[in-house]
Design a protein around this ligand. Structure first.
Ligand code: DI6
Ligand code: FE
Length: 399
């Protein structure tokens, strides 16, 4: 069988099935950027590759997927970090006009080129550790022009680098100051003006909102979700990060791809997510950076069979993190996830959280040939180490 590239003498963690999908003597064949075969060398079709790469026993996993980031934003919030070290809370800073709104000001003032240029080092850090697909949210523009500019910048990241970009419209992230005291009016603009225009231009793959005491109410979130439904876009939600607003259950009622954060999720929310096959995207970087102590209900999620994804939540306020390897380590140390759960969280289940499970997330024939090739002796090392990057090579779309 003809193919473009054959990776042989590899050990595979295919991430198919429920666990790691380990193949000790494996090979991967790619044709036209798609996996033609991934599995045991014994019994594989006879390939006639244009190029053969001997992996010398290295491990191949699917390329990693970061399914929740705010990668596009201008400026940083290191000064606010210092204020928090002095005792100010995230909510105090937000109410005093800092927080998300301070990043909004910087983002509104930045050109599309500047947004792209400032995001590239963060994207490159993810890529350097084997990321092949990255979700990027808007939500620091908070007016139509600035949200459009953020989403165009997000799409451009995918032209500047060999990486898949999934763009999410997060107009309902924070209340811009010009709507102070009238969140309903802002939500009407998000739902009736911004979202239809963004959908018409094809600039978003999904719609998200921040349902929270310092964000938007469940009812306002519902208005945004109704607009997403009218536009034919799937939804996801920042839910139960700082308090229980029953956002995850609301998201589940809309068949959400994922509900994210979930520290304050209750049993009813877990059941609702299980019933709608909504992925629980846990963000241990935000949990760590905010010094949160309330753990997401991991055992309940597991018992209910809710798929768990892990992501960086890379953002300037609560998770200035650009390492999926560290995310896996935090998932294990802070949330007691297993090695298999951590790896599934940044591959198979992260793909589901983006609605891309048919295209990426496992090593299987028919999926895009996105590979991470590692200099390790066992996949547990990817979760165990802190600050060492054992990536040997990264393949995106067969290249
Ligand atoms: N939850 C978060 O953790 C981030 N956004 C959100 O809705 C925080 C964003 C920021 O502080 O800039
Ligand atoms: Fe977030």
């Amino acid at each position: 069988m003809r193919c473009d590239t054959l990776w042989r003498e590899a050990r595979l963690a295919t991430m198919t099935g429920d666990g790691l999908g380990i193949v000790e003597r494996g090979l991967v064949a790619a044709a036209g950027g798609i996996i033609a075969y991934a599995g045991p060398a014994a019994g594989a079709p006879a390939f006639d590759p244009r190029e053969t790469i001997a992996c010398a026993g290295r491990w191949i996993t699917p390329g990693l997927i970061d399914c929740h980031t705010h990668l596009i934003h201008a400026g940083d919030r290191a000064r606010e970090f210092e204020m928090r070290l002095d005792g100010a809370s995230y909510e105090d800073i937000a109410r005093a006009g800092g927080g998300i709104v301070s990043t909004m000001r910087a983002t509104r003032a930045a050109s599309e080129d500047e947004l792209v240029a400032s995001a590239l080092p963060r994207l490159d850090a993810l890529i350097a550790e084997g990321a092949t697909t990255v979700e990027v949210k808007s939500g620091y523009g908070l007016d139509l022009d600035s949200e459009l500019r953020m989403l165009r910048a997000a799409r451009r990241l995918g032209e500047e680098r060999p990486v898949g970009i999934a763009a999410t419209f997060l107009g309902a992230h924070a209340l811009p100051p010009e709507y102070a005291g009238d969140a309903d009016a802002y939500i009407a603009v998000v739902a009736d003006t911004m979202l239809p225009e963004i959908a018409r231009l094809g600039l978003a793959d999904a719609v998200d909102a921040f349902c929270e005491g310092i964000g938007f109410t469940a009812e306002q979130t519902q208005n945004v979700f109704d607009a997403a439904k009218r536009a034919g876009l799937p939804v996801k939600l920042h839910a139960e990060q700082l308090s229980n607003q029953h956002g995850a259950a609301l998201a589940a009622r809309y068949g959400a791809l994922s509900a994210d954060h979930l520290e304050y999720l209750d049993e009813a929310g877990v059941a609702a997510m299980a019933a709608s096959n909504t992925v629980a995207t846990l963000l241990p970087g935000a949990y760590y950076f905010m010094r949160e102590t309330k753990l997401p209900p991991i055992d309940a999620l597991r018992a209910a069979g809710v798929p768990i994804a892990l992501a960086t939540d890379c953002n300037p306020g609560t998770s200035p993190l650009t390492s999926l390897l560290l995310v896996m380590n935090m998932g294990a140390t802070l949330f007691r996830l297993t090695v298999a759960e951590c790896l599934a969280g940044v591959t198979r289940n992260a793909a589901r959280a983006l609605g891309l499970e048919g295209q990426i997330g496992t090593l299987e024939a028919g999926k895009r040939c996105d590979l991470a090739i590692w200099d390790i002796e066992h996949p547990a090392e990817l979760v165990y180490r802190m600050g060492l990057n054992p990536l040997h090579a990264r393949i995106w779309s067969g290249q």
